[in-house]
Design a protein around this ligand. Sequence first.
Ligand SMILES: [Zn+2]
Length: 325
Amino acid sequence: MIDKLFPTTIIGSYPKPKWLNRVKDLYNENKVSKKVLKEAEDDASRLILNEHQRAGIDILNDGEMRREEMTEYFAEMIPGYEFHGPVRVWGNNYFNKPSVVEELKDPKPMLVDEFKFMKQIVGEESYIKIPITSPYTIAEWSFNEVYSREELIYRLSEIINRELKLLEDAGAKCVQIDEPALSTRPEDVEIIEEAMRIVTDGVNIDKIIMHACYGDFSTIYPEILEFDVDQFSLEFANNDYESLEIFSEYEFTKEIGYGCIDVHNQEIETVNQIKKDIKKGIEVFKPEKMWINPDCGVKLLPRDVAYKKLVNMTQATQELRKEMN
Ligand SMILES: [Zn+2]
């Protein structure tokens, strides 16, 4: 889809402008209408797409300006889910855990409007990547009174499959299935593989990516090479590139989204450092199969830090491209 060495992208989330959070609060307090909220989200989407273009990112996304949380966002749109208020997940963190209370029906298109809006902002020549939470993760974060565990995962897989087909019809070229806990549940790798088979069945989108983060990839490699995806985007900066060793044991037959920006550390990697870190990757992966991205979503960083990290990342890839051509 994109014909250059080391295409750059972001994983998903990006810090929201403070005024957007304020409007969201006001909306939750019933002080402004849905229309006002949508206007603010549209404005933020334009602003952040522009910020990513200025940073030199090739495959764009608006940093998930419309999303607060990765399960709730989708469960809210799927008929058959209900919300019974927040549950405590750890410490003093609460999560509005959705419950499956009846058989899930097909939702209205969930991401098509969002895609079309972004596409219209960036223009025909530019690429958009659309992150979607995996059926496995949505199921794992749901109360479920209706299905067996696997039945729910596979029913959600059908729903996501239908969404991908709608996105394909709307012109989408690149989607990313977010599977954060992939490596922490190695006993479920076969279930996730089957879920991905359903998700991608009959879909002809150019690039289907799976993003996983935190964990020990040795528990799931090389099994994940069987997954029906084109690319895995994985973190390397956060584990100091130690996990590279795991992938040198067997040939990595997919593309890699090479995470080389630490999203948990405010220190801004220099251009030279990032170039060195990408070169470590070239020893394991084929350069023509590498995309360059941060380890994960950057929403927990201050916005100016997130921006500078992206600028240095794209600068590093530009220099490497020149040096290697
Ligand atoms: Zn992640």
